[in-house]
Design a binder for this molecule. Structure first.
Ligand code: ATP
Length: 370
């Protein structure tokens, strides 16, 4: 496939997924397809030395330019001129916090402890998944679940033995590169920018940088992303291709929630028995289900739960192993992408390429030689 073809494959829609007898899709279930780590602790795989081709050198040059750019820009540079920031008090009921997120169309918010006037971490969809798990393990505790306040989340998470609330943060004047490294190390998908007031010495939450905002900033400002011309199939482990967590349309939502929590991931491709990708169930889909503090919809199957997805769901982005990161960055520049589902020519699932996979590769590949 030529470079031009590859670029097209990241934007044009593949054929509708086939509808096997068991997997007939309702109009709502039919996703809009848009074709275009186990990291730090284990280290990136290092290839045995071999002569670099011109494309290899160009790729490394592109990566170096992006990293140099991130080292001279600060977190402030990423922020738009005007923006809103919703900060939640830790004394708020979990149920109310959920409504606030839904009403404002956001999926996370910094927490503020007004007793100590300090930043208390970032509330994300994973925290709600943890509350659901707690409720599921203690179904008689619904009355108690309803009374949970945000400041009790840490105890719930401790009792479940799951990842606690994210507390990593970055000062606005530190280089963006440092923000990226901190995110990778903490496996955080977003990082709050926290400043200290010169006079009062109190902390102030300035904003939150997401992986998407960061990668889009790179895609818009660094034209050398065009140098990343190696196809995914030639890159060593960018994305996940083995032991993929997947589900069927008739899988219970609760099973998918367990997968999301156990693997610490934010989406699960929905496939048919032949492995064809039909849709993707995301952790944010769970938020819609428990809106209003009613947990009954967790008994639904994935297929039925997807019927409840909002009309403005942006669709699923796919790519192939022939696609290049230049194309991926182009897509990030143009659209609000959460992840790419890697498929073959028959729409069969090959892997998942998430924003943290792209960020990790961009930051770490060949970095040991710099
Ligand atoms: P987000 O999508 O929330 O912004 P992210 O970019 O870190 O966060 P995750 O879905 O949390 O994406 O992915 C974390 C890691 O798990 C990545 O390396 C990704 O390739 C892998 N991964 C994602 N989804 C699956 C899955 N369904 N099965 C197996 N591994 C997955």
């Amino acid at each position: 496939m030529s470079g031009a073809d590859t670029a097209d494959s990241a934007t044009s829609a593949p054929p509708n997924p086939p509808s096997a007898a068991n997997d007939v899709l309702q109009p709502h279930e039919r996703p809009t397809f848009v074709t275009p780590r186990d990291f730090l602790e284990q280290g990136r795989p290092v290839l045995p030395p071999r002569a670099l081709t011109a494309v290899d050198k160009e790729q490394l040059d592109g990566l170096r330019t992006i990293r140099a750019f991130l080292k001279v820009r600060t977190s402030y540079d990423v922020l738009p001129l005007s923006y809103r920031l919703i900060v939640l008090d830790t004394a708020l009921l979990v149920k109310k916090s959920l409504n606030i997120l839904i009403q404002n169309g956001i999926v996370s918010a910094p927490l503020w402890d007004s007793k100590t006037s300090t930043f208390a971490g970032l509330l994300t969809t994973s925290d709600y998944l943890n509350v659901i798990q707690y409720y599921w393990q203690n179904p008689d505790a619904l009355a108690r679940v309803d009374q949970f306040r945000l400041n009790s989340l840490r105890d719930i998470e401790k009792s479940l033995g799951v990842t606690p609330i994210e507390t990593v943060s970055i000062h606005p004047e530190r280089p963006l590169y440092e923000a990226c490294r901190k995110m990778l190390e903490a496996r955080a998908r977003r990082i709050p920018i926290v400043d200290i007031d010169d006079e009062t010495r109190r902390t102030t939450v300035v904003s939150v940088i997401t992986q998407y905002r960061l990668l889009k900033f790179v895609a818009v400002n660094v034209k050398e992303t065009q140098k990343l011309r190696k196809p995914l199939k030639e890159l060593v482990k960018v994305g996940t291709y083995d032991n993929l967590a997947t589900a069927y349309m008739d899988t219970p939502v609760m099973d998918v929630i367990h997968m999301l929590v156990k693997k610490s991931i934010s989406s699960v491709p929905i496939i048919d028995k032949q492995g064809t990708v039909l849709n993707v169930f995301e952790s944010v889909d769970v938020i819609t289900l428990i809106k209003g503090g009613i947990y009954d919809d967790l008994n639904l199957t994935v297929g039925d739960a997807l019927l409840k997805r909002s009309e403005d769901f942006p669709g699923i982005y796919t790519c192939s192993m022939q696609d290049q990161l230049s194309t991926i960055y182009d897509t990030i520049r143009r659209s609000r992408v959460h992840r790419f589902i890697v498929i073959d020519d028959d729409n069969k699932l090959k892997g998942v390429l998430t924003l943290s996979d792209i960020l990790e590769y961009t930051l770490l590949e060949g970095e040991e030689n710099e």
